[in-house]
Write a protein that binds this ligand. Structure first.
Ligand code: PRE
Length: 364
């Protein structure tokens, strides 16, 4: 028995020794890989290319999968490489947007969570309004800003599109954050003690079914993070907030229920805005205005179709300072640096009263 134990212990020690050696070799290889990534980002900065390149990532993953003989290990290695590239992108963003990144809200807000995933090693600066973030970008006070653009359940964040129309910034990247709302409350509270729920109106709307089914009274609050902070300060066992798990942890609240959104797929799309545009991507967005003549919009749609670009989204909104004037936003699939796109832009410039390429980015 004793001998067997020692034999097993030796095996464990040997296995760990091998793991240590492999880890040391991996560390060296990781540095070597990141040095190459540093060259890639230097090139990308010079040519205005975006960090995320989904075609290249697919290639890397297929090649890495093929390099593993064991069927049992293959999916783990592919997943490992996905993570390696995730870290590579984080590093590249830290070089590209050297300095501070802005967001609207307070620590623990979903925008700050999205920012921390995109830019884990940057200083995050909170601003009171989205407009403040845009202005800070324009003044070069921050390298870029992370702003919510639309939610899969409640739709577009209208004010943000108006700001994109007003300020000459570019959409550099998009990032989809899965929103997992939780019911969070002071320690000691339970679902049975809760009567009132406070949160941002969007979050209350997204969890409307849950709130109604429990007969809670809903109270609007500035944002989810401040709602959580308020609930923590009040320490009232009848009062809960709707916020993320991370936010609950930040304010020492307990999570009474998880995933309470109407839609399990509840996702908020964030955009990264910066002064400098990117030159490559597989999607691009345009903003334009038209003369008030019959058929102007139809003509533009026709031009887009003729050049073979798939239009994924079109929106029209009122220009605030000019009564009865509207601007249009379209999202097209394709390469904005292609000859077809250049021709499209030329033709649109002729047809539109104002025209702007708002962003070039990758979307998977
Ligand atoms: O090859 C590139 O373009 C890189 O930026 C490197 C890399 C990687 O780490 O392999 C990282 C991000 C891209 O999305 C694709 C690949």
């Amino acid at each position: 028995m004793e001998n067997k134990k020692t034999e097993q212990e030796n095996k464990l020690a040997d296995a760990r020794k091998t793991i240590n050696e492999v880890d040391a070799a991996l560390a060296k290889l990781f540095v070597q890989r990141m040095d190459a990534v540093a060259d890639v980002i230097a090139y990308k900065m010079e040519h205005g290319l975006p960090v995320f390149d989904p075609v290249r990532e697919k290639e890397v993953l297929v090649r890495c999968g093929d390099a593993i003989d064991s069927d049992a290990y293959r999916p783990y290695f592919v997943s490992f490489m996905e993570n390696v590239m995730e870290q590579s992108k984080r590093y590249q963003r830290s070089v590209l947007f050297d300095g501070t990144v802005g967001y609207q809200g307070t620590e623990g807000a979903y925008a700050q969570i999205a920012l921390s995933k995109l830019f884990p090693s940057h200083r995050a600066q909170a601003f009171e309004t989205w407009q403040d973030v845009f202005e800070a970008v324009m003044r070069d006070e921050i390298g870029c800003g992370v702003i919510p653009f639309e939610n899969s359940y409640t739709g577009e964040v209208e004010e943000v599109l108006d700001l994109l129309y007003r300020y000459p910034v570019s959409i550099r990247e998009i990032y989809d954050l899965k929103i997992e709302h939780c019911l969070v409350a002071p320690q000691g509270a339970s679902i049975g003690t809760i009567q009132e729920v406070v949160s941002h109106p969007q979050a209350l709307k997204q969890c409307g079914g849950y709130i109604k089914s429990h007969g809670f009274h809903a109270t609007a609050y500035v944002n989810t993070a401040l709602a959580a902070e308020h609930v923590a300060k009040e320490a009232d066992l009848h009062k809960a907030a709707i916020a993320s798990k991370e936010t609950a942890e930040r304010f020492g609240l307990s999570v009474l229920a998880e995933k309470i959104s109407e839609s399990a797929q509840n996702t908020t799309r964030f955009i990264v805005i910066a002064k400098q545009p990117a030159n490559a991507g597989n999607h691009f967005s345009l903003l334009f205005t038209l003369r008030h003549d019959a058929g102007q919009l139809a003509a533009v749609m026709q031009i887009i179709a003729q050049h073979g670009f798939n239009m994924e989204c079109v929106r029209s909104k009122a220009v605030h300072d000019v009564p009865w004037q509207y601007y249009f936003y379209v999202e097209l699939e394709g390469d904005a640096s292609s000859e077809q796109a250049k021709q499209l832009f030329c033709e649109m410039q002729v047809r539109c009263t104002t025209f702007r390429v708002l962003g070039v980015y990758y979307k998977s």
